[in-house]
Ligand binder design. Structure first.
Ligand SMILES: *Cc1c(COP(=O)(O)O)cnc(C)c1O
Length: 471
């Protein structure tokens, strides 16, 4: 089992051939989920006392399991936030796995950590953070937001530990903030106070003015962070980051920007004005597994002053003493987020950046932006459709005139059954994207981050929306 022999040689070829074939498929089959009963009967018992052997175990993956997983990089996967890793990033992920690098500490993973830091420095530079900024790759935006907010809370509390030790922290966020921000607050036993949202739940200057005027001294004391979203997940809208930064500055608290989806657009120069204010962030995140063409799972978490994150996150134990640093070296990645052991998950992004250069990234993101704008025009021009809001980044939200939530669901299911597209309805919620008091509104939402998604893919969907859903 731990020795390289003829069997593992055989498996190496099977696996590498399979991986290369999967990469060559353009497009890959969309595939679809199966019921547990169906999978159980087709897979059969697979964890057995004596083992299935290489060929049979591998066959069960390729023939039974893999087709029951939707291909996120299919050009008509437009649900949630898709991903479209470059070949260089994906292939290098195989190398990262084979190397099994421990990338939690400088001592053990200096080479990998140095490369990850190069990729992080590129992102910090795009945002306009000063030299000295740095961070770590964590599993996703959810982990990134939590770790950033834990650092924010530490900073807030330690400014006046005596008084704040027993205070429950408050996080200020706009209604359009990602669900993980509310979840992070819940994990931290913090309260979220919503900044009144502008149109579509976006954080605006007027919302900031209203919250400032309504804060009691008691709540004000408890505010640990202001969180703004650079690209809301539902509608792809960027908060007024300057207004959010002003609010954080005035309150003297941490400013965190959640750019898990949208901050990738920073690499396109014309898009920079949307993100004005992000350069004032104490921390921000962006998920390379979304719109920066890396495989799952990778969230870049960047801090203005990594030492503050270090203070909040460093674990202490006798067996870790040897890792304690004298500040001559870059921080241990494990000290910058809520984790200890970690995979060098930033390396696939780093390698692809090193291979292709940053301009190729700007061009690939620009391609998706152009497709999204063209899609918006198609939708706006179709009499049976209604474009719901301006397309700032690459989310197109639309309504099919006359359809009920059941129609949307049936239409989406039909497309998946046919292997044609994976799209899902979303809900605009009262008090979030809609005015309080209105009723939830089911609509369609297409998120375009795959450079291989073409306007023909969108035209196909627009045409299919002209027919009635199969029910
Ligand atoms: C996707 C997303 C997240 C969560 O990221 P995961 O990687 O899925 O954990 C957080 N914030 C925003 C704005 C997102 O779009």
């Amino acid at each position: 089992m731990h020795r390289h022999d003829a069997d593992t040689e055989h498996l190496s070829r099977l696996a590498v051939d399979y991986a290369l074939d999967r990469l060559r498929l353009d497009p890959p089959p969309l595939d679809r989920p199966r019921s547990e009963a169906d999978l159980a009967s087709r897979l059969g018992p697979s964890v057995t006392e004596t083992g299935l052997g290489i060929d049979e175990a591998f066959r069960r993956f390729t023939e039974v399991l893999a087709p029951a997983c939707i291909s996120v990089d299919h050009p008509r996967f437009l649900a949630f936030v898709p991903g479209a890793p470059t070949e260089a990033a994906t292939i290098f992920d195989l190398v990262v796995s084979a190397s099994n690098i421990y990338a939690g500490s400088w001592l053990e993973g200096a080479g990998a950590v140095h490369a990850e830091n190069e990729a992080l420095a590129w992102l910090a530079g795009l945002a306009g953070l000063p030299a000295g900024a740095g961070g770590v790759f964590v599993s996703g935006g959810t982990a990134g937001n939590l770790s950033a907010l834990v650092a924010a809370r530490w900073t807030w509390r330690h400014r006046d530990l005596e008084r704040r030790r027993a205070l429950r922290p408050v996080v200020l966020a706009a209604p359009g903030a990602h669900s993980s921000v509310v979840q992070a607050a819940s994990v931290m036993d913090a309260d979220v106070v919503m900044v009144p949202g502008g149109e579509f739940g976006r954080l605006t200057r007027s919302g900031v003015d209203r919250i400032r005027d309504s804060l009691t001294p008691e709540v004000r004391e408890r505010i640990a962070a202001v969180v703004a979203t650079a690209g809301t997940t539902n509608l792809g809208l960027v908060d007024d980051l300057v207004a959010a930064a002003d609010l954080a500055e005035e309150l003297g608290v941490w400013f965190h920007v959640d750019g898990a989806y949208g901050a990738a657009a920073l690499c396109v120069e014309e898009m920079r004005p949307f993100f004005d204010g992000i350069e004032r962030a104490d921390s921000f995140i962006v998920d390379p597994h979304k719109w920066l063409f890396a495989p799952f799972d990778a969230c870049a978490l960047v801090y203005r002053e990594p030492d503050r994150a270090r203070a909040a996150h460093t674990q202490s134990a006798g067996y870790l003493d040897v890792l304690a640093q004298d500040h001559q070296e870059p921080p241990n990645p494990s000290d910058l987020a809520h984790h200890l052991s970690r995979r060098a998950r930033g390396l696939p992004l780093w390698f692809s950046l090193a291979v292709h250069g940053t301009r190729a990234y700007a061009e690939a993101v620009a391609t998706t932006l152009a497709t999204a704008r063209a899609a918006a025009h198609l939708v706006a021009a179709a009499p049976h459709l209604e474009l719901l809001c301006p397309v700032e980044l690459s989310v197109v939200a639309l309504r099919r005139r006359g359809w009920t939530p059941r129609d949307y669901a049936a239409w989406c299911e039909g497309l998946l059954d046919e292997g044609l597209a994976f799209v899902t309805p979303t809900t605009l919620r009262p008090g979030v994207e809609l005015d309080v008091g209105s009723i939830p509104d089911t609509v369609l939402r297409w998120c375009i981050v795959n450079p291989r998604t073409t306007i023909d893919d969108i035209a196909l969907l627009v045409e299919r929306l002209g027919t009635e859903p199969r029910t």
